[in-house]
Design a protein around this ligand. Structure first.
Ligand code: HSE
Length: 431
């Protein structure tokens, strides 16, 4: 029986999951591909750490060159994360005629265009199923199952950590820091959680999905990004009273020949499926012209879930290598109906707004006067407490307004002496 040799760079949680699957499911996978997918070498800086998988130590190395320079290695699996040296390892692997499998969304979102071009040039592939939604086969579905479709919108809950925190705040009525601590204790959130909670990780994943759906590689600086660290329990509770859950969404939406690419907290009506996606689960909605509206749902993180996607990529590549085929996965077609990216100032949305205004006559009139100046129309308003001559929450829902107009209005409102805290504004998406 033939074998395909794998070099694994990064023997952390997902890396050991890959080794575990390839060893425990060896005969199961062999029945599917008739090839032995064999880990020939494993590179990691910290080999002394105990892992829950047994490996012959003779295949361990501290030096990635032992993998990159080995002519018998067919596929390099990069699971170290981060931009450098992952970029250099992947580039070198491609130059040396190896295919690459990676889960590195941060690297691909920043340097994907360059790396994909290099791969194509060398007639090699970079597979990256585990980079979005862990084991949810969203990338393969977009590339293969939905190949005949054009897309008008893709949006979803792309970050499990943020979703865990928001769900916890909503269910247990706790504040952001308590929910974050719990996420850290459970091992979902990093010690520095900013990539997850500030929307960066969602933006990386959204860039990859936008590329697959619309053929455009959007730069990080062109994605509108707002995280969840300023979401308070107060807003979660008021949103609930209004019939909404707050979720961090990544959205790529084609509107009037322009593409909006944004990540931000969003009020979602209770009756919408996404509002009940809780914990570390992810869910991705796609609007397509032939297959219609689709939803992909499942755990967005986890050792075996992410490793399942890596192994699926390995099997795909193995089949191609075995058949002596090069099926370029970079035949992404530019959606020419999209003329460009919409400027953030021109985004339009309904909003939930919470002012902290003094409880005295005339305050609401002054707020609504400023909103009117910017052509912003109020849908509903309610004052949440009664505290004579003290600041109280005033919750407002406004009809669709332009981002720039709302920002300008809030800037003026926040300067008023009767407004005691920075006003909170959270988008309400037409889903
Ligand atoms: N940190 C990510 C999340 C999982 O919380 O969703 C890996 O993509």
């Amino acid at each position: 029986m033939k074998s395909i040799n794998i070099g694994l760079i990064g023997f952390g949680t997902v890396g050991s999951g890959v080794v575990k699957i390839l060893s425990e499911k060896k005969s199961f996978l062999m029945q599917k591909v008739s090839v032995d997918i064999k880990i020939k070498r494993i590179c990691d800086k910290q080999m002394q750490i105990k892992r829950d998988v047994r490996v012959d130590r003779s295949i361990f190395t501290h030096d990635a060159k032992d993998i990159l320079n080995d002519p018998q290695i067919d596929i390099v699996v990069e699971l170290i994360g981060g931009r450098h040296p992952a970029k250099e390892y992947i580039s070198e692997a491609l130059r040396r005629g190896k295919h690459v499998v990676t889960a590195n969304k941060a690297l691909l979102a920043e340097d994907g265009q360059e790396l994909f071009a290099l791969a194509n040039d060398r007639s090699k592939n970079i597979y990256f199923e585990a980079s979005v939604g862990a084991g949810i086969p969203i990338i393969k579905s977009l590339r293969e199952g939905l190949v005949a479709n054009r897309f008008s919108k893709i949006f979803g809950i792309l970050n499990g950590t943020s979703n865990f925190i928001l769900s916890k705040m909503s269910k247990d009525c706790c504040d952001f820091s308590k929910a974050l601590k719990e996420a850290q204790l459970k091992g979902f959130a990093e010690r520095d959680p900013s990539l997850d909670v500030e929307g960066i990780d969602s933006a990386h994943k959204l860039i990859l999905l936008t590329y697959l759906c619309f053929g455009r590689f959007v730069k990080m600086e062109d994605v509108f990004i707002e995280g969840i660290s300023r979401i308070s329990l107060l807003d979660i509770s008021y949103a609930k009273e209004l019939g909404f859950q707050i979720k961090l969404l990544g959205i790529a939406n084609k509107k009037d020949r322009e593409l909006e690419v944004r990540v931000h907290p969003t009020l979602i009506p209770h009756e919408h499926l996404l509002s009940s996606v809780d914990g570390v689960f992810n869910a991705i909605y796609i609007s397509s012209d032939l297959a219609g509206d689709l939803i992909f749902y499942g755990p967005g993180a986890g050792q075996l879930s992410a490793a399942s996607a890596v192994v699926a990529d390995l099997v795909d590549l193995t089949r191609d290598i075995q058949a002596g085929l090069f099926r370029s996965t970079f035949n992404i077609v530019l959606d020419k109906t999209v003329q460009g990216l919409r400027r953030h100032d021109n985004f339009k949305s309904r909003y939930y707004i919470r002012f902290m205004g003094m409880d005295k006559p005339g305050v609401l009139a002054r707020i609504s006067g400023i909103l009117a100046k910017f052509n912003i129309s109020i849908a509903s308003v309610s004052q949440k407490e009664r505290r004579r001559a003290q600041a109280v929450p005033i919750v407002m829902v406004i009809h669709e307004a332009r981002e720039k107009d709302l920002r300008s209005a809030l800037e003026l409102i926040d300067k008023m002496d009767v407004i005691k805290e920075k006003t909170v504004a959270i988008r309400m998406e037409e889903l």
